[in-house]
Design a protein around this ligand. Sequence first.
Ligand SMILES: [Zn+2]
Length: 465
Amino acid sequence: MINSKLSDILGDEKVTLADMLDAREKRVSSQQKILTEYKMLLISFTLNIPGSVKKFPLAEKTFSEGKKLIVRQLKRHNINIVHERDNTSKTGYESFFAVDGNPVYIKKLMAEIEDCCTLGRIFDIDVLNRNGEKISRQDVNLGRRMCLLCGEDAHSCARSKRHDAEALIKKSIEIMTAYFNERFADICASCANRAMLYEVCTTPKPGLVDRANRGSHKDMDIYTFIDSTAVLTPYFRDLVLSGIKFCDDEPRQLFEKIRYTGMEAEDRMFKAAKANTHKGLIFSLGIICAALGYLFANNKSVDTGSILELSKQMTAKVLDDFSAITKGNANTYGEKLYAGYGITGIRGEAANGFISVKEYGLPVLKKLLGRGFSLNDAGSLTLLNLIANVKDTNIISRSDIDTQNSVQKEIKRLIELKGIENITIDEINETDNKFIQMNISPGGCADLLAITYMFCFIQSAVEDE
Ligand SMILES: [Zn+2]
């Protein structure tokens, strides 16, 4: 999928045939120099970019990814890189690695990258022995490389100029773009998965399912949440890809376009878990995942502030549903809460850019992690802080607004008295027992804890890239 025009992606730094011949000559001389100096094998890495533009940001990203893959593959097989040299010019990107080892074995390792990684189709990884002779794919019993477009022998397609340059470059861009989009979607979905699992595993959690007990719930335990998380993870990946696909739309339109995937995810969740484990999170994490894809595809920063702001824009209209609701016509539970107390639940959270996560979740989690608390203990205390500050519709639904206010007040007092970091596990366990006796469960705050974890994980995953 290509959103931008070809010329926007490629730029206009064109090369001539003479430039390419000249570059090839220089490459051979660089190779010779390294071979003479190091008396070892040489891996020579270039990209196979059709057409007359060879140097552009997407190609650079692809090249740098290729280098990472080569270095990782060599390291994995204990092959030492003695020397590494890069060369960039308008004719493209080159890297040379002087390595020690068996040339046939190393050619096999490099061909694995070319054949097994989807981006590998864009790579040309040559292996030269100590005499500067190229080890061919045939030398390691591998077939010739296939044409990107028709699947026939790539060399004969190139020789006979079977395909026009634009079709070839379009296909190459499609391969490169899809690789990075899917990789980003995988990273986000794995963070969402981790956030959901961390949330349910965080122990103790008053009234909620955790590793010690099932809280105030009769119809679910930790395994119900694991089952639900497992089926939902691919949907979060799809939602990131939707954000990428619809990156030219207005944020509000994007929200409309992800509804269908969200409903499919809900059905899968009910089928797998036979309970409402993650309905709130399908909504909120779904918005966050789509926002992540949208920002990524528009080359914007995926920092927490940008995600929160975009989530707000996407859901700007969700509270419109509430505007005509009065005490007289309120039907559903959510409508009654709004009419009675102005509580808008998870929809209000999203429409306000997840303000509770921003104010009561993330700052506490970060502070505690900074002081050396484990993710579990920091999460447990962060949840307490959320309960103390957020009107939890799940608590109200199992009791009433007065009960919600009184438990909230009590936890708030404890935090003010001791300081959040000094609250002990025993004290949280006591609250857990109390919540279980009262049969209440702060499921709304549990969702906010999962979102808090999500922001924490996504930031470190992006920094690691
Ligand atoms: Zn072909």
